[in-house]
Design a protein around this ligand. Structure first.
Ligand code: TXA
Ligand code: MG
Length: 323
C-alpha cells in the first residue's frame, strides 16, 4: 500500500482537512500527550484494516479507540462505577480503559480484533482533541510506528517509519509524556493492569483499589483470554472445496460453492475488513463447519492467517504481540 504522505503543522485548517480525510477512510497520524497515533475512522472496517496494512502488523492486535470524553466513550462501551471514577479523575489523560463493547457501538469488529471488549481513551492533547471534534466519530489509533519499532514521539519519527504509507501527518511537536498510556482491564470483577504506562498504576489504585499485575492470574492478553471470540463451529483452513454441511469462506474468484467471500477480487485489505463479521455470520448459519479457502501469506494475509489459525486451534493458547 502506498500513499503520498504530507506532513503539515497542526493548524486549525490542517486539522479540519484531517477530519475530512478520516471521514473518507484515510489514515492520519496525530500527536497525543503520550505518543503519536496512527488514526482511522473506528467505525469503518476498511479504514481499520488499512491501519494494520500500513503498520505491517503480523497479527490483528486490538486497537485503542480515542474519544473526546466519557460521554462519547459511553456510546461505544458499558461504563461501570469504576470506569466513571477513573474517567472523572484521569481523563483526558494517559489512561486506557478496556470495557465491554456495546452491541450498538457501531465500531468495526476489527478494531478489537474480535474481542467482546473495546479499549477507550480520551487523549489530553489539544491537537488530538481538535481532531476528534473534526472527525465527528471515534478514532482508532495504535502508536504510529511500523510493527516492531518503538513508538514515535515526534512527527519526524512517524515520517521515518510510515512515510509513503499514510495520507497525512499532523505535526504538533514532541509528545509531553513520551510513553504509551496505562491500560486497565475493567471487564472482570478484579480490575487488572494490562500495560504499565504514562499514568502510574498507584494513581489508578488510589481511585479504585488494587490492580492485578500484568500477566497475572488467568491469561489476560488478547490472544489468550476466554472472552476472545472463537467460532463455535470447527474451522478447516486451506480448503479447496467445502465438505457436505460445511460453509465455504472464499477468497478471490467466486466459485459456485462459496458461501461468503472475504474478497472476490483477492484484495487482502478488503478480506481483513470482512473477516470477523463473516466468520460470525457463518458461525450462526446452520452449518456443521467452516472451510476457509487459502489466503496468501503476504502483507495483511499473515495477520488474517494468524487469526484463522488461532480460531481453528482450541483452546487458544498462543501469546500476544502487544506492539
Ligand atoms: O498512548 C497510547 O496508548 C497510544 C496513543 C496513540 O493513544 N496508543 C497505543 O496503541 O499505544 P497500541 O495499539 O500501540 O497499544 C494498544 C494496547 C495494546 O497493548 C493492546 O493489546 C491493548 O492496548 N488493547 C487494546 N484493546 C484491547 C482490548 N480490547 N483488550 C485488551 N487489550 C487491549
Ligand atoms: Mg504500539
Amino acid at each position: 500500500m502506498t500513499d503520498q504522505t504530507t506532513v503539515r503543522p497542526a493548524t486549525t485548517e490542517a486539522i479540519t482537512d484531517a477530519g475530512q480525510l478520516l471521514r473518507a477512510g484515510r489514515l492520519v497520524a496525530f500527536p497525543t500527550e503520550t505518543v503519536y497515533g496512527l488514526g482511522a475512522d473506528a467505525t469503518d472496517d476498511r479504514a481499520v484494516a488499512a491501519i494494520f496494512a500500513a503498520k505491517d502488523r503480523p497479527r490483528f492486535n486490538p486497537l485503542i479507540v480515542h474519544v473526546s470524553d466519557a460521554r462519547a466513550a459511553r456510546e461505544v462501551v458499558d461504563f461501570d462505577e469504576r470506569a466513571k471514577a477513573l474517567a472523572a479523575a484521569f481523563w483526558p489523560g494517559p489512561l486506557t480503559l478496556v470495557l465491554p463493547r456495546r452491541p450498538d457501538s457501531g465500531l468495526s469488529l476489527l478494531v478489537s480484533a474480535g474481542l467482546e471488549s473495546v479499549a477507550v481513551r480520551a487523549p489530553d492533547h489539544p491537537v488530538a482533541r481538535a481532531l476528534l471534534e473534526a472527525a465527528e466519530r471515534p478514532v482508532a489509533a495504535p502508536s504510529a510506528n511500523a510493527s516492531g519499532r518503538i513508538s514515535p514521539t515526534t512527527a519526524a519519527h512517524v515520517a521515518q517509519s510510515l512515510g509513503g504509507r499514510i495520507s497525512l501527518i499532523l505535526d504538533g511537536g514532541p509528545c509531553r509524556v513520551g510513553l504509551e498510556s496505562t491500560v486497565v482491564d475493567l471487564c472482570g470483577d478484579a480490575p487488572a493492569l494490562l500495560r504499565p504506562g504514562g499514568l502510574p498504576a498507584e494513581a489508578v489504585e488510589a481511585a479504585i483499589g488494587p490492580l492485578a499485575p500484568p500477566g497475572s492470574g488467568p491469561a489476560r492478553s488478547p490472544g489468550m483470554q476466554s472472552r476472545h471470540y472463537a467460532p463455535r463451529l470447527p474451522l478447516r483452513l486451506n480448503a479447496s472445496a467445502p465438505r457436505p454441511g460445511e460453509a465455504l469462506l472464499g477468497f478471490g474468484r467466486d466459485s459456485q460453492e462459496t458461501t461468503k467471500n472475504l474478497s472476490a477480487s483477492g484484495n487482502l485489505e478488503e478480506a481483513a475488513a470482512n473477516l470477523f463479521a463473516m466468520v460470525r455470520d457463518l458461525d450462526t448459519g446452520g452449518h456443521t463447519g467452516i472451510a476457509v479457502a487459502p489466503i496468501p501469506e503476504t502483507g495483511l494475509g499473515r495477520a488474517i492467517n494468524d487469526r484463522l489459525r488461532r480460531a481453528a486451534t482450541r483452546p487458544d493458547t498462543e501469546g500476544d504481540d502487544t506492539r
